[in-house]
Design a protein around this ligand. Sequence first.
Ligand code: F6P
Length: 328
Amino acid sequence: MSTTIKKIGVLTSGGDSPGMNAAIRAVVRACAYYNVECVGIYRGYQGMIEGDFKAMGPRDVKNIINKGGTILKTARSKEFMTPEGRKIAHDNLKASGVDSLVVIGGDGSFTGAEIFNEEFGFSVIGIPGTIDNDIFGTSHTLGYDTALNTVVEAIDKIRDTANSHNRLFFVEVMGRDAGHIALNAGIGAGAEEILIPEEAFGLDRLVDSLKKSKESGKTSSIVVVSEGDKIGKNVFELKDYVEENMPEYDVRVSVLGHMQRGGAPSCFDRVLASRLGVKAVESLLEGKSNYMVGLQYDKITLTPLEQAIKGQSEIDLELVKVSDIVSS
Ligand code: F6P
């Protein structure tokens, strides 16, 4: 591979997600394979500003493919949002001989990478790492599959107790403004109702639907609520509303929270991370920049960062229909 790239920096930024370590490992080992140096940058863009760098070789990433979180740590850097912060970061990279970057993170991290590329002509490739699956240009972001499995396992457990007590549970899941986790994990866990930001279900429709479920003989119910859902102000208000309108139901709320971001990555996420990490390094070595590597129809593809940031990762409306049919 003919290239002018000599030293690749790798960082993780924004919310961590399972599979980030596997991606770091792939980047470091692909660099070794192609004989270019690799530098780990700690705490995302903040570490770039503080010059928190470490040279990394294949043995520095041993035994991490199976670990959740990120060994490079992560941060959301306010300083990097300023031109002064980015200038310091650029100076640090230059002083260390780093000539290109692999940024593992979500759309906020990609926005930072794109601006950095624009301002300094710095070569950047993004790897989509977030449990939310809200990035255009990839069917799966790193960590999404693992988070789905974590949520399904949690709801299975909640169902045991919901069933034993004849209770109605509202289970809030993450996803920021996207309903991918709620919709897919909800179907996988057999939820009676799934509330997502992309579909305005309405409080009255929810109560009607729950009443119908009860009339059809259901004694307990699980309602999965995406954290970005706009139906109520929050999941606790939903509970109050349903309790007022269905006094016959004993209602509880379970907010799954940050446990959804942790844990060992699934096999799917490990393989995806490995493929994306290798492709990110190969793309830089081929002289490509300002792209995100992603998965589309089981092929690793490149999408311009701008499109990845601005495009909408739409939910599959077919799944909404499937959920309605199978939860009746
Ligand atoms: O983007 C990942 C995510 O976990 C979202 O699902 C959630 O809204 C947010 O990050 C939580 O962020 P924080 O780590 O700042 O609590």
